[in-house]
Design a protein. Structure first.
Length: 355
DNA sequence: AACGCGTGGTG
DNA sequence: TCACCAAGCGT
């Protein structure tokens, strides 16, 4: 199929079958930026409520810039990939402080901002400023690899260059914004990864994958590495006023700047006999009574599988906590950003104390 | 330049 | 149970 034929056909499909999504009714770069960050590696249904909550809580980028990172992370809680929230906040501050609150308007300028890579820069540039630059995301890889029968491994750098070129050679000059919305929507709803209904596809007479029955083989994608197994023992200290000892995570591990409990990690799950000999517990043990040993929670991330047991302990006398732990009331805990793993424990703990 | 970074849904 | 997927980015 010729290049000239592609865009009109795609746009005709979009006009009829495109989804009606809130961020498609605006050219406000702040709203578009926010939606694009939320939607990175995230389904529309999962991101939608977060989009509304952020717009409501931070109506302008200035409001976002003036917030505490903790508040931003708390609002992001449950969405995952939390560096997106940290970078969102950093970039909001930079735009407000260094750009006078005015979002950069070109692909090249947008690329300089933290958290904005090639995909997001193209999305904002085209949707907010109608720049003629093609987006390249998982949908676009899939659609182009199938229609044009491209067998390059899409995780490779060669593929990135090849598909970028191809997409930019196809993009509509009159409606680059609509074209980008359309090709992603087409991938998301028609040219789906598994069992696409090619019978009803507007491209089925020209699609290389359909014509040769290779839908399930395209796009070609290298296998991911196996996930790592980890074993967490969370020591949950509760004082006589019903407060819990929590700390902010630091470093480059998962859940940076989010809150959890005193953590003992090992190569395997340990029983209390062994766990209680751990050095970090020795100064505390004389003041502690073991209340409950939770079942094992298996928390699966894209790259790790974390088996966790929570050890709920009560302190019998006022206790000076070792840094960086601090006591938090249930109300304070609610305001802290927490991983879903920690949330699961907190939720059953709260339901227990409130009967 | 591979790898680390979440969560929830699906077949 | 498991592999794979969902609008990627930073290092």
């Amino acid at each position: 199929m010729t290049n000239d034929f592609f865009a009109p056909k795609l746009l005709a499909w979009y006009e009829r079958y495109g989804r009606d999504l809130p961020w498609r009714h605006t050219t406000n770069p702040y709203h578009i930026w926010l939606s694009e960050i939320i939607l990175q590696q995230t389904r529309v249904v999962q991101g939608m409520p977060y989009y509304y909550r952020f717009i409501e809580t931070f109506p302008t980028i200035t409001d976002l810039a003036h917030a505490d990172e903790r508040e931003v992370l708390r609002l992001w809680q449950g969405l995952g990939y939390y560096s997106r929230a940290r970078n969102l906040h950093r970039t909001a501050k930079i735009v407000v402080e260094d750009y006078g609150g005015i979002f950069p308007t070109t692909y090249q300028e947008l690329l300089k901002l933290k958290g904005i890579g090639p995909y997001t820069a193209a999305a904002i540039a085209s949707f907010a400023f109608c720049e003629k630059v093609a987006v390249l995301d998982g949908n676009v890889y899939r659609v182009l690899s199938r229609i044009f029968g491209i067998e390059t491994d899409i995780t490779s750098h060669a593929a990135k260059a090849q598909f970028t070129q191809r997409a930019n050679s196809l993009i509509s000059a009159e409606h680059p914004d609509l074209f980008n919305h359309a090709i992603m929507d087409f991938g998301a709803t028609q040219c789906v990864p598994v069992s696409p209904q090619c019978m009803f596809c507007t491209f089925n007479q020209v699609c290389e994958a359909n014509l040769t029955g290779r839908q399930s083989q395209l796009p070609v994608k290298a296998k991911k590495a196996k996930v790592r197994d980890r074993f967490f023992h969370y020591i949950v200290l509760e004082d006589e006023q019903g407060r819990l000892a929590m700390r902010e995570r630091t470093g480059k591990d998962v859940w940076t700047n989010m809150f959890d409990f005193l953590l003992i990690e090992d190569e395997q799950l340990l029983d209390w006999e062994t766990l209680s000999q751990h050095a970090s517990l020795q100064p505390l043990l004389p003041e502690l009574v073991l209340l409950e040993e939770s079942p094992v929670y298996t928390h699966v991330l894209s790259h790790q599988r974390i088996e966790t047991r929570f050890w709920h302990l009560k302190v019998t006398r006022p206790l000076a906590l070792p840094e960086p732990l601090h006591w938090y009331t249930p109300e304070a805990i609610d305001q802290l950003p927490k991983s879903v793993l920690v949330l699961k424990f907190i939720d059953q703990w709260v339901s227990k104390i409130t009967d």
